[in-house]
Design a protein around this ligand. Structure first.
Ligand code: PLP
Length: 416
């Protein structure tokens, strides 16, 4: 049954939550539950989609919410906004907080991971004499955001390697290298949880533990902070922000979580709310820290409001179920690839050290050639925008074991 959101406008965030919960509740019984989920998506059946880490296809509840909001805005933009914007934004922040195990006041809304990285690294109180510690494995936007910070403030940025060889890395190697690299002047660690360069998932909780140990020996004003780009963990891993013991968590909701394109969140640990100054003036200053940190201006509101439906869609499936499915598909893919003599697998087999991203190379072909040849076989893969670049496939919950087999079959065929 298609519920009409219209009757629920002008009501509290609770009323909106109930409507959305009805819309996005899934009955996950045994059987072909995953193929039923796939029917929520308009993904072209002519292709095998193994690159959805880049940008989500909207599932049915998210598409419907966007359409309803768009209709209302088109009918009466000023009035609809005036009557509903504050409560709809709160509804998104409630849904995000429920999903992340946080409080709505701790959630800021952004347009992307990149915007979250920008506002956190620009706004955090770091000065000349302080050091930002980051890694060679991090994403371009993190490295650029901390470089800009360094230019503005004179703070030093140091990049380290967390491991020698991704094919033999273990958690202890990463934690030992990080522990050794922290100096008295290190004020902030800027890291990515799941690396889009190799598929490696670093032990984020262990890193949070190191931060706690370091801070036990520091005065409050020299407290070490940890900021995590969690975009390839959100909608993949089964976690709450409390598990990470970080200070800031930034993620787009338009990748694995299937949120509206152009949406994201920043979570701020209350212990560090006063450690950051907003970069962009807000329209939601009365909505706590997260309100202050939410960039103002008029947005593509139909997308922003519908992010609540994406969080509830995932909650309706269940975080553990999502994680287990993604693990199973990725293990299947890795098993197949590593058995191929012409393929070199880079992503660790161990699910403790990997998530939904599988990176590999094929003898005699560049990653761009691999991706192009796979596309001829209607398999959508991607190449990593890093040096060295690798070919990449990213099975998620929109995929089936048959999709993984098709991906493997296409790579197998690259010998000829
Ligand atoms: C680790 C990582 N962070 C951030 C991004 C950018 O995310 P967004 O499009 O949400 O800014 C990407 C890739 O798109 C990424 O791989």
């Amino acid at each position: 049954m298609l519920l009409n959101r219209k009757d629920f406008f002008r009501v509290s965030a609770l009323g909106l939550s109930m409507l959305s919960a009805c819309r996005t509740r899934r009955d996950f019984h045994a059987g072909d539950e995953w193929s039923r989920l796939r029917q929520d998506f308009d993904l072209s059946p002519d292709y095998t989609h193994l690159a959805c880490l880049l940008m989500a296809s909207h599932p049915r509840p998210v598409r419907e919410a966007i359409e309803e909001f768009r209709r209302e805005l088109d009918k009466n933009p000023a009035l609809f906004l005036e009557d509903n914007n504050q409560s709809l934004l709160m509804d998104v922040r409630h849904a995000a907080a429920d999903y992340l195990g946080a409080q709505p006041e701790e959630i800021a809304l952004t347009d992307s991971t990149t915007m979250g990285l920008g506002i956190v690294y620009n706004g955090v109180k770091i000065d000349r004499g302080d050091e930002i510690l980051t890694t060679e494995h991090d994403y371009y936007a993190t490295l650029e955001a901390v470089r800009f910070k360094s230019i503005r403030t004179g703070a030093r940025v140091r990049r380290i390697r967390l491991y020698e060889d991704v094919q033999s890395v273990c958690e202890e190697e990463i934690l030992t290298n990080l522990r050794k690299a922290i100096r008295p002047e290190t004020k902030l660690i800027a890291m990515t949880w799941v690396h889009s360069s190799t598929g490696l998932k670093i032990p984020a909780a262990g890193i949070g533990q190191i931060v706690t140990e370091v801070n036990a020996g520091r005065p409050e004003k020299r407290r070490l902070m940890l900021a995590v780009d969690g975009v390839h963990a959100l909608g993949v891993e089964d976690f709450t922000v409390g598990d990470l013991n970080c200070d800031f968590f930034m993620a787009g909701t338009h990748k694995w979580l299937f949120g509206p394109r152009g949406t994201g969140v920043v979570w701020g640990n209350p212990r560090s709310h006063s450690e950051i100054i907003a970069t962009i003036p807000t329209f939601t200053s009365r909505q706590g820290w997260g309100g202050w940190m939410t960039p103002g201006g008029f947005h593509s509101f139909e997308h922003r409001w519908a992010a609540a439906d994406a969080f509830r869609y995932h909650q309706g499936i269940g975080k553990t179920k999502v994680r287990d499915r993604i693990r199973a598909l990725n293990s299947q893919l890795k098993e197949g690839l590593r058995a191929m003599p012409h393929v070199r697998l880079y992503t660790p087999m161990d699910p403790q050290l990997s998530a939904g991203i599988v990176c590999f190379s094929v003898n005699g072909l560049s990653p761009a050639e691999v991706v192009a040849r796979l596309r001829e076989k209607r398999v959508i893969a991607s190449e990593t925008p890093y040096e060295p670049s690798l070919a990449r496939m990213t099975p998620g919950i929109i995929n089936s074991p048959e999709d993984v087999e098709k991906g493997q079959e296409a790579v197998r065929g690259l010998t000829t």
